[in-house]
Design a binder for this molecule. Sequence first.
Ligand code: MG
Length: 380
Amino acid sequence: MSKTISILGSTGSIGTQAIEVAKKHNFKISALSANSNADILENQARELKPEYVCIYNEKYYKELKDNLADTSVKVLSGMDGLCTIASSKNCDTLVNSVVGMVGLLPTLTAIDAGTEIALANKETLVAGGKLVTESAEKKGVRILPIDSEHSAIFQCLQGNKREQLNKIILTASGGPFFNKKTDELENVTVADALNHPNWSMGSKITIDSATLMNKGLEFIEAKWLFDLEPDMIEIIVHRQSVIHSAVEYKDFSVIAQLGVPDMKIPIQYALLYPDRFECPTKQLSLTDYGTLTFEKPDYETFKCLSAAIKAIKTGGAYPCLVNSANEEAVKLFLEGKISFLKIGEIVSSVLDKFPYTEITSYDDVVKADQNARAYVMNMI
Ligand code: MG
């Protein structure tokens, strides 16, 4: 299979695994980008010889450009650089695995260029779900999910009638603090929160997994990707992360997708869809696990989860507001400036603090994003 892909966020956890999958299947890579990992990006550029690389943080631009001067790679920077890559016609699939709201404009730009998107950047759909899905539909652009749960749901939907779907069952690992109550979470350190039981991921998403905000964001992401009413989405805590999610049809048949917890499986499915070839990972052995468990999430303790669900049920700018407040709160927690529990308090408080507003344009998203971030910074 000959395919050309670009990867935004190529030095992160998803990006490096996407490169591994691309190399296994001899894909051509036309562009790569990183936020600030200039050294890794330079090495990737030398090895993979893309047309473009983009370093988002301008601080590293000059040095990277000088370092790559002996190559034919064109060096870009900032949001303009990401959008130059996203608008390139020389790309079959854009892998968007940047962290945060930053991914939204490149996603919209790629859709406008008619380029298929393999989406790992969940904040894109959380903040701008309506804009993204409407423009993708208008342009006939396919958005293939990379998130393991959404890939599972997407796989379980193949070959069935969408109108015969009852609900989806979104599985959650429960994170490192499963079964802990609020008083036990008061003194959680950054190191505790970064210690995820099953998945090895970047720091933003690992903290989101510890607060269960990640599941809240995935709830919103699922609503947009699969055009669901919020009451068609059920969250179940499944500690082993073997069942990546499931769907229930009208006849009460439940179809699930299983596999070892390795992102290369959903990445490869998005990049090879609808084909399936051997993936560079381990095979699942169910007898190694023996027991799979299922429990209800604790919406009281994990306030981010209930806030995210409330945000999408209320609609308008609320999903964007909770997402941006969360991005700022996670940054503050990682910097040691706020406690772990404060993240949930901050994220929930935007629901009361902000009046309902509609999102009808990219500018509306930007405005809501800035308001939420300013609100969090003023609290500290
Ligand atoms: Mg996930």
